[in-house]
Design a protein around this ligand. Structure first.
Ligand code: GLC
Length: 446
């Protein structure tokens, strides 16, 4: 449907755009910021709870790389609380890394899983059990900060906001980078409300996150959209053989490939995705891929691939749904797909995978709640469905599968929107300005 004229023109313009994207990857604005050529006095220590490359960590990497470009002489360091691929990636991006592992009790601590089902008492109990580990960690982290003595401490993720607030050196400014909603966090919400006065500035990844945090804490927040590595997430480049990765026979050539690319967190809507595939008319030639693996260690909030395989079997779509498992090169996985699905059942604070799929020039169907709705326009650069609505998702997928021109038009618009909205230089500049502002001596600051 909505298949209007100019199919061929669109195809050509799409290819041209793809070619241009190679040249436009580093627009003039990404050069060093003239007001901060050297950035010699800029000294930032980032705190990351995870050593994996989840969304928040990929944004941290982009930020480090953008700051390194804009402030060549800046001192950038990261404390990472677990070994993992983030460590080498940070070093590669231009930061030095200190690995300071969380004790296991602290690594497992997470209250998002307890938001539903589990009680507040249970959430507090696990926090109390982890308390000795937290205190020991605070002592060690304080040493690192004292030795290093940064001017800015920039924390990524709730655990690090708490720890950063407890250990911040008196003269350093503390920035919380807000990647998630607080509303359903039974422990974090009251805790961060108490600790908010200890932070100097807040960066929120979407207007939705900014609004929520402002409403809860009354503090002003700088809203800066996440960026995407536009060189990596581009329409042209290697594509993964998803069938081989899943151990299934190659799909026939005219099959439309639909993929959910998400961590195995239980709110990422894997079940909705599989239900939607089961609701598609049988005459559609599609193959679905669950491109997922466990990224975080937090207890209790993960879904399992075995459970999802069982679901596909129960719904009679075991043949149509393939499981390539964890894929590190998600850009190559996306390039192998025609349609990328985002199916989070809770409001998504941002949805980096949506931005990445848009930059890769894919047609995206997204779950319309939270910050995700700010990333694209329904019917123009993506199609929206209601969170948890498998029937609605199936309807959107059918539309895209049947209508190739619509698919191309949406993918093309997504590519343009992504290049405009998610440039790393924009993130680097906005955060750099915030640092400058925090570092400038101000009469109204003690
Ligand atoms: C968190 C959010 C996700 C966002 C990512 C990067 O994981 O849940 O929506 O894309 O951080 O900011």
């Amino acid at each position: 449907m909505r298949a209007r004229r100019r199919h061929n023109d669109e195809r050509i313009s799409f290819q041209l755009d793809a070619a241009q994207s190679r040249r436009q990857v580093v627009p003039p604005t990404t050069g060093p910021d003239p007001h901060a050529q050297a950035g010699g006095s800029l000294d930032v220590l980032f705190l990351s709870a995870s050593g994996q490359l989840g969304g928040a960590e990929r944004v941290l990497l982009d930020l480090i790389a953008a700051l390194r470009r804009a402030y060549p002489a800046a001192r950038l360091g990261v404390v990472v609380a677990a070994e993992g691929p983030l460590v080498a990636a940070c070093r590669h991006a231009g930061a030095d890394v200190t690995i300071l592992p969380f004790p296991p009790s602290v690594a497992r601590l997470g209250d998002s899983s307890l938001a539903r089902g589990g009680g507040r008492a249970r959430a507090f109990l696990s926090a109390i059990v982890a308390l000795p580990g937290v205190l020991a960690y605070v002592v060690r982290l304080r040493h690192v900060l004292r030795d290093r003595s940064p001017t800015i401490v920039h924390s990524n993720g709730f655990k690090m906001h708490v720890l950063g607030s407890l250990v911040r050196p008196p003269r350093a400014k503390l920035v919380w980078h807000l990647h998630d909603f607080l509303e359903h966090r039974r422990v974090m919400k009251p805790l961060l409300r108490i600790l908010t006065p200890r932070a100097d500035a807040f960066v929120a990844i979407s207007r939705a996150v900014e609004r929520e945090f402002r409403n809860i804490t009354g503090r002003n927040v700088v809203q800066v959209y996440n960026s995407v590595d536009l060189e990596r997430f581009a329409p042209t480049g290697p594509a993964l053989d998803l069938d081989a990765a899943s151990g299934v026979a190659p799909a026939s050539r005219n099959v439309i490939r639909i993929g959910l690319v998400a961590t195995l967190a239980d709110w990422k809507g894997h079940d909705v995705f599989i239900r939607a595939i089961a609701l598609l008319p049988r005459d559609l030639r599609v193959r679905a891929y669950v491109v997922s693996g466990a990224v975080y260690q937090t207890a209790g909030s993960q879904t399992t691939l075995d459970g999802l395989r069982d679901l596909a079997t129960r719904l009679g779509v075991a043949e149509q749904v393939a499981f390539p498992g964890f894929v590190s090169d998600t850009a190559a996985a996306m390039r192998a797909l025609d349609i990328v699905v985002h199916a989070s059942t809770r409001p998504e604070p941002f949805g980096l995978v949506i931005a990445e799929a848009m930059a890769t020039g894919r047609a995206v169907v997204l779950s319309a709640a939270g910050g995700a709705t700010e990333l694209a326009d329904d019917g123009v650069s993506a199609l929206f469905h209601e969170p948890g609505d498998a029937q609605g998702l199936a309807g959107r997928l059918e539309q895209l599968v049947r209508d190739e021109p619509l698919r191309r038009r949406i993918a093309n618009a997504a590519l343009h929107a992504a290049r405009d909205r998610f440039q790393p230089s924009r993130l680097g500049k906005a955060v750099g300005r915030l640092y400058d502002d925090l570092s400038a001596p101000r009469a109204d600051r003690p």
